[in-house]
Ligand binder design. Sequence first.
Ligand SMILES: NC(=O)c1ccc[n+]([C@@H]2O[C@H](COP(=O)([O-])OP(=O)(O)OC[C@H]3O[C@@H](n4cnc5c(N)ncnc54)[C@H](O)[C@@H]3O)[C@@H](O)[C@H]2O)c1
Ligand SMILES: [Zn+2]
Length: 346
Amino acid sequence: MIPDYVDITESAKDSIDNLLLDKKYTQVAVLCDEHTLEHCYPLIKDTLKDHHVIEIPSGEDYKNLNTCQTIWNQITDKQFDRKSLLINLGGGVIGDMGGFCAATYKRGIDFVQVPTTLLAQVDASIGGKLGIDFNGFKNHIGVFKLPVRVIVDPVFLKTLPDRQVKSGYAEVIKHGLIHDNTVFKNLIKTDLSNTKWLETIKESIIIKGDIVEADPFEKGQRKLLNFGHTIGHAIETQFLEKHTNELLHGEAVAIGMICESWLSNRKLNLPTNQLEEIQKYLTGIYGKKDLYDLNIDDFVGNLKQDKKNKGNKILFSLLNEIGEARFDVSISPEEAIESLEYYRNM
Ligand SMILES: NC(=O)c1ccc[n+]([C@@H]2O[C@H](COP(=O)([O-])OP(=O)(O)OC[C@H]3O[C@@H](n4cnc5c(N)ncnc54)[C@H](O)[C@@H]3O)[C@@H](O)[C@H]2O)c1
Ligand SMILES: [Zn+2]
């Protein structure tokens, strides 16, 4: 089911309009970065009467306490009371951080997510996880709180760089792989450039929505969403330390999904023909990255640090088959390294 707080629409403007008529907020602010201010804000600004714009610099490097202070300072200066609203207009960084600021300001004011990247539309804006990075640890400080509304309009994707669209698409593929064989089959048949976004996004949100609803605080089933992310994060971390733009999140997850499909074939029953299908499909979209510079000790170190582990075991979410996954599968560091070898040798 589409969660009841999510509105998938071809008019974000109307959706915001309805919400504002309904709720009568004392003050409204829109949080943007320089890209969403330029490309997305013009699409909604006419529907907002008196409002403030808060602009912060784009990028993960700014998802921190300093930027939160800027946001809290601005709404404090403008005397936002508890009946005020924050509209987070942007990708996952804006949504996670703006949501966190709103959820903690005066013990919580309403906020609306208007996700403008594909990743934020199908993933980050769904499920109520909010937060910021701290001392080099990703999403280290945060809370769970649902927004009053998530307004998803594919129109925003028109200005999103192709590489960012592809990166978000990795989560769409992941949702199919872990939960819905038919969704995955349809993706394989569709050329990315001909995607009907409204439908694709809807199907993907339904999958994430169902998983999160069954396990809102990640005690069990929600861990399935980590498929591709255990190896993906361990690789992403090494690239992030270099502070280059060499590997986006979804690109790392695509590598992770190939390695973890190999582990699924080895440790569970994922049939070899399905492993090959996944591998071919993902390399067709994302190509193959040269990972020969990867430091294997650091890679294993990062795997062991994963928040989801218990004790010394590295716990993975893997595929029984396409469309069905299992969480808490224990994998040794050697097996994880072997899966990386599989990727390197493909
Ligand atoms: N809360 C969750 O459950 C959850 C889940 C997944 C990811 N996340 C978080 O999401 C973040 C990543 O999100 P992201 O990939 O959206 O990155 P992002 O927010 O950094 O956006 C990517 C880039 O696209 C630009 N942009 C956004 N919308 C645009 C548009 N419509 N047109 C042109 N440019 C646009 C942004 O300014 C930025 O430069 C990470 O911090 C991650 O931790 C959270
Ligand atoms: Zn992800």
